[in-house]
Design a protein around this ligand. Structure first.
Ligand code: DQA
Length: 149
């Protein structure tokens, strides 16, 4: 099984970026935990962080071409307005899970809306770095055909 992990804008700064909201774990810490979990099931991960919408879109296209099985994405602020990213997720036709460190619904109003949610399998929101692990767990279950157990 091959899974693409995408981290959007400014997530490269995790650890020092507004730690009271996003925690003190760095992106490398989170990636290490994801790799550890994936290794348990012999899952291949490709992990990409980009501050550029187009790079994230290119990665989705590439994942489809390379016959990946699913995508876990924290799109950062692109969540709230990027129709281009939404179309790329839909075009990839890959089961995609959206993850957010913070509980976006407890924050500013512009963060309450995700334009991507409707093309995703599900969302995990508000559990800090654990949102990624819970999202990966959910995606693996979905891909294994057992989403409800
Ligand atoms: C975020 C929430 C977004 O609103 C914000 O723009 C981010 C991080 C999160 O993980 O909580 O960059 O996606």
């Amino acid at each position: 099984m091959k899974i693409l992990i995408l981290h959007g804008p400014s997530l490269n700064l995790l650890g020092t970026r507004e730690p009271e909201i996003y925690g003190r774990e760095t992106l490398e810490d989170i990636n290490a935990r994801l790799r550890e979990r994936a290794a348990r099931d012999d899952i291949e991960l490709r992990i990409v962080q980009s501050n550029h919408e187009g790079v994230l879109i290119d990665e989705l296209h590439k994942a489809r071409a390379d016959q990946f099985d699913g995508v876990l994405i924290n799109p950062g602020a692109l969540t709230h307005y990027s129709y281009a990213l939404r179309d790329a997720i839909a075009a990839s036709a890959l089961p995609t899970v959206e993850a957010h460190l913070s509980n976006v619904h407890r924050r500013e109003e512009f963060r309450h809306r995700s334009v991507l949610a409707a093309v995703c399998v599900g969302q995990v929101i508000g559990f800090g770095w654990r949102s990624y692990l819970l999202g990966l767990e959910g995606l693996i279950a979905h891909l294994a055909g057992r989403p409800n157990i």
